[in-house]
Design a protein around this ligand. Structure first.
Ligand SMILES: [Fe+2]
Length: 203
């Protein structure tokens, strides 16, 4: 039976064929999550789940219709509700992977848009009800979403993204994990030529 990493690779190819932007986003999020998993002292089982889940966190977008997925302006409320289904679709896809850890993987993917204060989706989980790997993915996802160009939104600079994330500490993000994120980003920002993960470093 293929390993989870091998399954991740083939689903990554599927995602890249469907939506190259999202695939590159997932690659950058995986890169940050690997650093965060080490910094947060996750055990090796959690780190391997985090690696696969971060690469596949948006795999559910392959099931979102083109007119929503590739819309070049802001989504309206109805379209946004359709887009939000990607986390549950992602869980369904991950649970179909023939592997003993598929269910755990699906749970992590399902909850990557939950918020620490319970205001996220799809289930409104809060605090440590949200799987730790989902909370880590959420941090990396937020940073990458802000610091890379999207069809309807220009990238913002690293410092501005960090300031926004600081303001969301405890509401959107886990304050303890955000502390690790700050340390990692401070170390990355010291690298020559850094501007942001998307703009300044390869993933
Ligand atoms: Fe997502």
């Amino acid at each position: 039976m293929p390993t989870l990493l091998q399954q991740r690779r083939s689903l990554g190819v599927v995602l890249c064929q469907r939506d190259a932007y999202t695939s590159m986003h997932c690659g950058r999020v995986e890169y940050l999550c690997r650093l965060l998993g080490l910094a947060c002292e996750l055990n090796s089982h959690e780190r391997s789940l985090l690696r696969v889940a971060s690469r596949l966190h948006d795999i559910g977008k392959i099931g979102i219709a083109d007119d929503v997925l590739f819309k070049k302006s802001q989504l309206d409320d109805a379209e946004w509700e359709i887009m939000k289904r990607h986390s549950e679709l992602g869980q369904t896809i991950c649970e179909a992977i023939p592997h003993a850890n598929a269910s755990q993987l699906g749970t992590i993917v399902r909850h990557h848009h939950e918020a620490f204060d319970g205001s996220g989706y799809p289930d409104g989980l809060s605090g440590t009800e949200i799987p730790v790997c989902s909370r880590i993915i959420s941090l990396a996802d937020s940073y990458d979403a802000m610091t890379t160009d999207r069809p309807y939104q220009k990238a913002i600079p690293h410092e501005k993204a960090m300031a926004i994330m600081r303001s969301e500490k405890g509401s959107k993000s886990d304050p303890r994990l955000f502390g690790y994120f700050v340390k990692i980003m401070a170390a990355l920002a010291e690298r020559p030529g850094f501007s942001s993960i998307g703009g300044g470093l390869s993933s």
